[in-house]
Write a protein that binds this ligand. Structure first.
Ligand code: AMP
Ligand code: TRP
Length: 327
């Protein structure tokens, strides 16, 4: 039987080039050959305080952007998580199969607790259980993600195996798909950290809605090491290596070919070329997203349609879970 693919993205900010190269691009290529279900995970977003109006707007913007990456709305289920109450219900059930200790070991929980020390709430703690519910609800066998989500996937697998151990083969045990190149695009301002859409310093990222001038400026100002050689060496030259990865992915070339092409040229010419390559990938997405956002009624209809299809897809697994546990 063909495997189902599931993945999600938080509507906390406009997605970045890192989201695109690490995840969204993969979502689109997988959607050409598989049954794919993708979610704008707004319930995950509220584990950190959000301004209601901004959140409402972002959900629609991110929905439009994901669609604009090239998904075919008729053949892919794209929906907003909070429109499908089954997620919250399954999350509650799975909370009883997730251990306090294992949740406390999650790197993202530790990082977010440090960042939001005044609001270490229970939702932040059980965030990965909601993520597990997302995946298991649809019987997904494959989950395309960036490197940072690997630990959450491992937890989802453990919860599924634990539950199946008690109740029989209810859940499909999911496997992550992490791209070989681009799984961790680094910040342009500090190549020791990942590019993050919630980075307070905008010099660190390229948002998928940035215009060409901004993209070129960000690339030109990207932090690079001293010495002007364009050579791939993540340990010694993390800044240049990150830009080479970005360039290679945006132009479909191998890293060696990129190194050869820019041999003997300074950083200046290379950085401008990176900016041009990024813009050529993002500009059609930007135009398509703008078109979708221009017609709020049509977009609203797509979002509503996605919710209906996701609800129908989630119902059988939830019913089975209720049955086996005696609810
Ligand atoms: P998030 O922005 O946390 O909602 O992440 C959505 C998807 O993008 C997840 O699959 C992440 O692993 C992926 N992702 C986020 N940041 C990066 C990055 N800097 N490089 C590669 N993938 C990323
Ligand atoms: N936690 C993921 C992130 O921050 C987003 C997410 C939520 C997700 N549910 C998911 C990713 C299910 C894959 C599968 O990137």
């Amino acid at each position: 039987m063909q495997k189902t693919i599931f993945s999600g993205i938080q509507p906390t900010a406009i997605p970045t080039l890192g989201n695109y190269l690490g995840a969204l691009g993969n979502w689109v290529s997988l959607s050409k050959e598989h049954r794919c279900i993708y979610s704008i995970v707004d319930m995950h977003a509220i584990t950190v305080r959000q301004d209601p109006e901004t959140l409402r707007r972002r959900i629609r913007e991110v929905y439009a952007l994901v669609l604009a990456c090239g998904l075919d709305h008729d053949n892919t289920v794209l929906y907003v998580q909070s429109h499908v109450p089954a997620h919250a219900e399954l999350c509650w059930i799975l909370n009883n199969f997730a251990m306090f200790g294992e949740l406390g070991r999650m790197t993202q929980f530790k990082e977010k607790s440090a960042k939001h020390a005044d609001n270490i709430n229970a939702g932040l703690f059980t965030y990965p259980v909601l993520q597990t519910a997302d995946i298991l609800l649809y019987g997904a066998g494959i989950v395309p993600i960036g490197e940072d989500q690997k630990q959450h996937l491992e937890l989802a697998r453990n919860i599924a195996i634990r539950f199946n151990g008690v109740y029989g083969d209810v859940f499909t045990v999911p496997e992550p798909v992490i791209p070989k190149m681009g799984a961790r695009i680094m910040s342009l301002a500090d190549p020791s950290h990942k590019m993050d859409k919630s980075d307070p310093n905008p010099a660190g990222y390229i948002s998928m809605l940035d215009d060409k001038d901004t993209i070129i400026q960000r690339c030109k100002r990207a932090v690079t090491d001293s010495g002007g050689e364009v050579r791939y060496d993540p340990a010694e030259k993390p800044g240049v290596s990150n830009l080479m990865t970005i360039y290679a992915l945006c132009t479909g070339q191998e890293l060696e070919a990129v190194g050869r092409a820019f041999e003997g040229q300074g950083y200046g010419a290379f950085k401008t070329a990176v900016g041009e390559a990024v813009d050529s990938v993002l500009s059609p997405v930007r135009t398509k997203a703008a078109g979708l956002l221009e017609d709020p009624d049509a977009l609203g209809a797509l979002i509503a349609g996605g919710a209906e299809r996701a609800k129908a897809a989630a119902a059988p697994v939830l019913q089975k879970v209720r049955d086996v546990i005696g609810l």
